[in-house]
Design a binder for this molecule. Structure first.
Ligand SMILES: NC(=O)c1ccc[n+]([C@@H]2O[C@H](COP(=O)([O-])OP(=O)(O)OC[C@H]3O[C@@H](n4cnc5c(N)ncnc54)[C@H](O)[C@@H]3O)[C@@H](O)[C@H]2O)c1
Length: 278
């Protein structure tokens, strides 16, 4: 029996995942909707999507798709996920899950009540360094982990200006100031994708931006944000800690060094503490 899927949001990222979904033997018809109908039509044409374009999110929820996959802007996911679960659809969502604790709690409640599946698609979970470290942890080769570091370093000059212009239209500067710590999943995901624990507390520091181009400017920012670089220190449930960096201004607009994860062990095991880089 095949499983039908509805894509919500046909912007820059959705096409990459449509290709993967099409390769899955369990997936049948794929349909798509976007606030900008031409984007949905283009995705349908480019990928020969048999489910076709659907007029809007409500029509998608009213259709017989088994699941929706949310590829809308990063601050919009929570309410869409809850509406889809309440409409009886399984949900795949791009990161982040949501942007407030209340939104996250509402999704968890909806999953408990509907018994449907919700998945947040954090791609660091499948980063080669994380996969490697996860295997080592499972083998017991890392001994006791007591500290780790994760970084997602993506300079604004590496494609983010164009991406936010495409995404935000005329008022793109208002959303290009999106807080790095409201998108913390790439750096955290690489650490907790290997370390089988969870965070119990966090303390963070933001560095205000000095480019002066109106992007990280509180007067313009939809998120009242002036921070482009942020560092957070977490406590873990098993008595350790980890530090993450989410940096958007490093004077280094290169794919090299975007993600790096380090794991420190308190007991000597083969390989010892080390750096796993991707
Ligand atoms: N490595 C990763 O995990 C990774 C990489 C890139 C992007 N992303 C995530 O993917 C998501 C999409 O990114 P993108 O760059 O494609 O964004 P985008 O802005 O290019 O596309 C979003 C699309 O969603 C549409 N949309 C918004 N609200 C809608 C609604 N209610 N109903 C239907 N359509 C709606 C918009 O019109 C737009 O076309 C973001 O959450 C982003 O964080 C993740």
């Amino acid at each position: 029996m095949s499983f039908s899927l509805g894509i919500v949001g046909a912007g820059q990222f959705a096409g990459l995942f449509v290709k993967l979904f099409q390769l899955h033997p369990g997936i049948g018809d794929i349909s798509v909707t976007d606030l900008i109908p031409e984007r949905a039509e283009r995705l349908v044409t480019e990928h020969h999507l048999t489910g076709g374009a659907v007029s809007d999110f409500d029509a998608m929820l009213a259709s017989d798709v088994d699941a929706v996959a949310i590829f809308t802007q990063r601050w919009t996911h929570g309410p869409l996920a809850v509406r889809a679960l309440r409409a009886g659809k399984h949900v795949y969502s791009t990161v982040p899950m949501a942007i407030t604790q209340e939104e996250n709690a509402t999704i968890i409640d909806a999953v408990r009540e509907t018994r449907l599946t919700y998945m947040m698609g954090e791609t660091s979970q499948y980063h080669p360094a994380t996969v490697f470290a996860r295997q080592k942890v499972a083998e017991g080769a890392f001994g006791r982990l007591f500290y780790a570091e994760g970084s997602y370093i993506h300079d604004m000059d590496l494609g983010f200006y164009a991406a936010y212009q495409y995404s935000g239209g005329e008022n793109w500067k208002a959303t290009a100031s999106y807080l790095p710590l409201l998108y913390p999943t790439h750096s955290i995901g690489g650490v907790l994708g290997a370390w089988q624990s969870h965070a119990t507390s966090v303390s963070a520091i933001g560095v205000d931006d000095d480019r002066g181009d109106g992007v990280f400017d509180r007067e313009v920012s939809q998120f009242d944000n002036e921070f482009s670089n942020t560092t957070a220190l977490f406590e873990t449930a098993d008595g350790g800690s980890f530090r993450t960096n989410e940096f958007r201004r490093v004077g280094y607009p290169s794919h090299l060094g975007e993600s790096r994860f380090r794991f420190f062990l308190s007991s000597a095991v083969e390989g010892g503490s080390g750096d796993v880089r991707g």
